[in-house]
Design a protein around this ligand. Structure first.
Ligand SMILES: C[S@@+](CC[C@H](N)C(=O)[O-])C[C@H]1O[C@@H](n2cnc3c(N)ncnc32)[C@H](O)[C@@H]1O
Length: 157
């Protein structure tokens, strides 16, 4: 949003830009889908559904799940919050988890020579970390949200 614009007035009772609320919604969405027994009510004839609009989609977990499970359905999610649409749920079991895990392991390997050269950690500590990360990132309790932010500006002259 350009800096000279004011955020829109909203009557929504929760701060829609709050990161903790975003994390809560991402968790709640998975619980609700699980408890409902699926993405749609079982009595719904999905062959008649071509377009779905989720108004107030939050972080968009349900929208992404529908898009993945039903590629033939065109699904769109919109939300009043500016940050919700830029978050990616990388928790265990989510599609983005695998790439986040692989990226993390690659990053941890590549950053090691720099950390050693800067005396920021000992080799044994980094090796221990490299062994611990797969255990934690692949445990059933692992939850993670990645927030993507693009900022455009001009380089100072
Ligand atoms: C209770 S959350 C539900 C999120 C998601 N549908 C779910 O089930 O996890 C309600 C969402 O509606 C959004 N919202 C509130 N007022 C809105 C509005 N006027 N237009 C679009 N989204 C709105 C909020 O930012 C929030 O993400």
């Amino acid at each position: 949003m350009p800096s000279d614009q004011q955020p829109e007035e909203t009557t929504y009772f929760i701060d829609a830009e709050n990161v903790a609320e975003m994390a809560r919604l991402a968790h709640q969405d998975r619980l609700l889908t699980k408890e409902m027994g699926g993405l749609f009510p079982p009595q719904l004839d999905l062959s008649t559904i071509h377009n779905v609009l989720d108004i107030g989609c939050g972080p968009g977990g349900w929208v992404l799940d529908v898009a993945q499970a039903h590629p033939i359905i065109s699904v769109t999610g919109i939300d009043i919050s500016h940050i919700m649409a830029h978050v990616l749920d990388c928790s265990v079991g989510m599609e983005a988890h695998t790439s986040q895990y692989q990226n993390t392991m690659t990053f941890l390997k590549l950053i090691q020579p720099f950390l050693l050269k800067m005396n920021m950690a000992k080799k044994e500590e980094l090796d221990a970390l490299y062994k611990q990360v797969p255990i934690e990132m692949n445990s059933d309790e692992y939850c993670s949200l990645w927030y993507y932010l693009s900022v455009w500006s001009e380089k100072p002259i």
